[in-house]
Design a protein around this ligand. Sequence first.
Ligand code: GRF
Length: 203
Amino acid sequence: CNVVVLLSGTGSNLQALIDSSADGENPARIAAVIANRSDAYGLQRAQAAGIATRVLEHGDYQGRDAFDAALMQTIDGFDPQLVVLAGFMRILTPTFVRHYHGRLLNIHPSLLPRHKGLHTHQRALEAGDTEHGCSVHFVTEELDGGPLVVQAVIPVHSQDTAASLAQRVHAEEHRIYPLAVRWFAEGRLLLTDAGPQFDGVAL
Ligand code: GRF
């Protein structure tokens, strides 16, 4: 199963995916990593693992439609069955999202539907949440609103800060994202018209 990963930053989730695809029994194979910034550290992780990289600077394009069209063309050149957003800090157009319907995954650092958008750890603290975590979901046109695949939950302690939460949530991201990608690659995870299914059972 060819996977293309999109990112903008550090790429610690990419690293977790690279590490998990090193298991010979995992059918997920990362065909390429594409970034919208040439300084994204994730590109170096990809290169170190011998994975093809591409950079599309969004500033080089006249608007979102042109950028997304170029992005789609680059992605499709790798013929992926799955596209994975791993810290890709761009809002994607409806045309893009529809083109990859059922084969586009994202990870978000909150227990969706709580805390869509940015600054999720700080917002979880301010809301007095006793639990926090992260969510893998299929991407639809609603930002951070697509069907959930898997979540990891952590307790919020009274001494927690946004930084300490971010650290513990990240560790959980590195556990559940490779799982979800592997399930998809194994054909166990599917988005049907009725919603997401795991081993034929509705999620
Ligand atoms: C993660 O927190 C992820 O949930 C969010 O972007 C961050 C990416 O981190 N979508 P990294 O670049 O994988 O370290």
